[in-house]
Design a protein around this ligand. Structure first.
Ligand code: TUI
Length: 308
């Protein structure tokens, strides 16, 4: 399917892999790009030297375009903003903030800029700042989320801006991609489906949690900290949610318990103290597949439905 997104990014399919913190490293990103989508390496809060190495390893594994996601709450965001320029990346996506102050420098360096937005207001601001496209991310997504749903947010963003819109949140198969296109999106960003991929390097326990999840197995924690996150509903996540609800955990205590929790989930597979970030669509994902199969099946499924 050719859209303004495939044209902008020079890829075969308008499918972008989510820049999942701690998860999206070079093996996954290269596999998605080699499959004809766009892979992303997640900046998260990782040290700059590690990210430079990840970018270089990805360049060794693919000659296709790939990008880096910058989590703007990271203390490293300024350094990473410069690193993507130094490494001549094709694409940068941003999350968890307003990247306005970086956009001019990225554009000057020839980098395509696609911020994640949870609202129409931010989408409009990003368009004015010179963004090439926006990712309208609904609250169905894993990780740090806004309030509006994909179904409601995407058409409103499409109506509000001229630049192309990529839909994210709750999309994991051809039906979700076709539905996004019916709402006016010209591409999709997909995270959770790639957690259950062969090339994803997360702990096997994390993959098992995704595969085993049913529709009601995701939970949002941390609204009172100002950084709500959607996770797999483990005992640990339920404990956090309960402490938040009944007041037995202060926001500070909550922050202390979740410090390092992404690493404990992704690297250690620690269900007692790790936060397994994942989207609400996990219940539909039942099988580990290669990134090539995932990308092709989603694209072909959507194409078939859209041609009906
Ligand atoms: O960023 C994400 N998802 C993430 S980041 C992350 S790491 C993390 N760990 C603990 C606490 C918080 C984050 C895990 N998952 N998705 C993109 C996204 N961006 N979702 C929501 C937003 C967003 C929110 C507010 C983007 C812009 C924004 O703007 C506020 C402003 O300044 O106008």
């Amino acid at each position: 399917m050719k859209t303004r997104i495939t044209e902008l990014l020079g890829c075969e399919y308008p499918i972008i892999q989510g820049g999942m913190a701690w998860v999206a490293e070079h093996t996954l990103a290269a596999a998605v790009s080699n499959a004809g989508g766009i892979g992303l390496i997640a900046g998260g809060s990782a040290p700059i030297d590690y990210l430079r190495e990840q970018i270089r390893l990805c360049k060794e594994k693919t000659d296709k375009p790939f990008g880096v996601n910058i989590m703007l709450m990271s203390p490293n965001a300024d350094d990473l903003a410069q690193l993507v320029i130094d490494e001549k990346l094709a694409l940068v996506t941003t999350g968890a903030g307003n990247p306005g102050k970086y956009v001019a420098a990225w554009k000057e360096a020839g980098i395509k800029v696609i911020p994640v937005v949870p609202s129409v207001a931010l989408a409009k601001r990003m368009e004015k700042s010179g963004a090439d496209a926006v990712i309208a991310e609904g609250t169905e997504s894993g990780g740090h989320i806004g309030e509006n749903t994909t179904m409601c947010l995407v058409p409103q963003v499409v109506d509000a801006v001229e630049i192309p819109v990529i839909a994210a949140g709750g999309i994991a198969d051809g039906r979700g991609m076709a539905a996004s296109f019916m709402l006016g999106a010209e591409g999709v960003q997909i995270g959770t489906r790639f957690l259950a991929s062969e090339e994803c390097q997360i702990h096997p326990t994390f993959k098992e949690l995704v595969i085993g999840a049913k529709d009601t197995d995701s939970i949002v924690t941390g609204r009172y900290t100002g950084h709500p996150c959607r996770n797999v509903k483990t005992k640990f996540a339920k404990k956090l949610a309960m402490g938040e609800k009944d007041g037995t955990l202060t926001p500070d205590e909550f922050e202390n318990l979740t410090l390092g929790a992404l690493r404990r989930a992704v690297v250690d597979g620690d269900v007692d103290s790790g936060s397994f970030l994942c989207g609400a669509i996990a219940g539909m994902i039942n099988e580990i597949k290669s990134c090539a199969d995932i990308v092709k099946e989603i694209n072909d499924g959507a194409e078939k439905l859209l041609k009906l």
